[in-house]
Design a protein around this ligand. Sequence first.
Ligand code: SF4
Length: 345
Amino acid sequence: MIKALRQDRDLSDEQFRALLETDAYDAELKAAAHAVRLEHYGTDVYLRGLIEFTNYCKNNCLYCGIRRGNQKIRRYRLSEDEILGCCAEGYALGYRTFVLQGGEDPYFTDERICSIVSAIHSRYPDCAITLSIGERSHESYHAYFEAGAERYLLRHETADPVHYAKLHPSDMSCEHRQQCLFDLKHIGYQVGAGLMVGSPFQTTDCLIADLRFLQKLQPDMIGIGPFLSHKDTPFRDEPSGDLKLTLRLLGILRLMFPDVLLPATTALGTLHPLGREMGLQTGGNVVMPNLSPTAVREQYMLYDNKICTGEESAQCKGCLERRVESIGLHIVSSRGDAKCFRRSV
Ligand code: SF4
C-alpha cells in the first residue's frame, strides 16, 4: 500500500482506512515520507514568523480558546506599529515570511488589513506575507492580495458537514469555509488548508473525506496538528488527539502531495516534547516560530499548555534551529514557496 501510495499518490477508501487504523505500517510510512521530502525539498526546513495580532473573535467554535464565549481571557490587539516592530525583529533574525494570524476580528476592516499588508510589503519586498484571519468575502480577499498578501491559511477543519456542525455553531458552515478556500485559490494565493487530528466526533470516514477534499483543493500547504482541549471551552474534557495518528497522517499527506508544505506544528510540540522533530522526520518541512511580543503570547491560547509562550523571538529561533539540526535537517532563510504552486489566474 505504501509503495502504491508513493507511486500513484492515491489509494482506495478501503486502503486508506486500513492504513489509518493500524500502526503496523508506521515505520515504513515514516521512511517513505522522509525519502520523498528529501527528493523534493532536500534537508531544507522553512521558517514562518508567526505574528498573532488579535485574539478577538466574533465566532464561537466549540474547540477554540479564544472563542467569543470565553469571558476569561484578556483580549488584545496589536497596533500597526507593533506589527511592524515584530516584522523588523523577524527580518533581522532571517525570517522571509510573516504570518499575520488572528481571530475573526471586525475591528480589522479591509482598510486596516490592507494598510498593514502594504506597509510590510513596501518595507520588506523580498518577504512573503501570509494572512490567517478567517472567512472573508471574495472582494476582501482580492483587496488583500492587491495590497501584497500572497498566501492565506484557512484550515478547512473537517470536510464532513455533519462533523463540521458538531464542532461549530449553526451560523458557520462547511460549504462556506470550503468556498472561501476555492475563492482564495482563484484569486491567486498560495493556499493552506488543514485540520485537527482527533477532534471530538472525528471518525476514520471523516479523515478519508478530508483526504478526498484535499485532493480536490490541491492546496500549497496543509496544516495538521493534534486536537488539544482548552479548559474554558465546551470540549474541556475531551481527550487529546493521538500522536501516532497525527504522524501517520503527515506521512500519508507527504506521499499524496510530494511538493506540498507541511508544518510540524506547535500543537505537535505541545503534545510531545519531541513532537516537532517527529513531524519533520515524517515528511514535515516547515516550522512556525512565534514573533508576537512575549507580553501577549499567553493571551493567544487556542488550547491549554501551549509551548513557546515565554521565550523571546531570538530564543525561539535558536531553540528550533538546534532541534532541526539534531535530526540532520537545516533551517534556510528564504521565502520557502511551495513547489506545487501554480498561479491559476
Ligand atoms: S477557531 Fe478561529 S474562527 Fe473559531 S473561534 Fe477560534 S479564532 Fe475564532
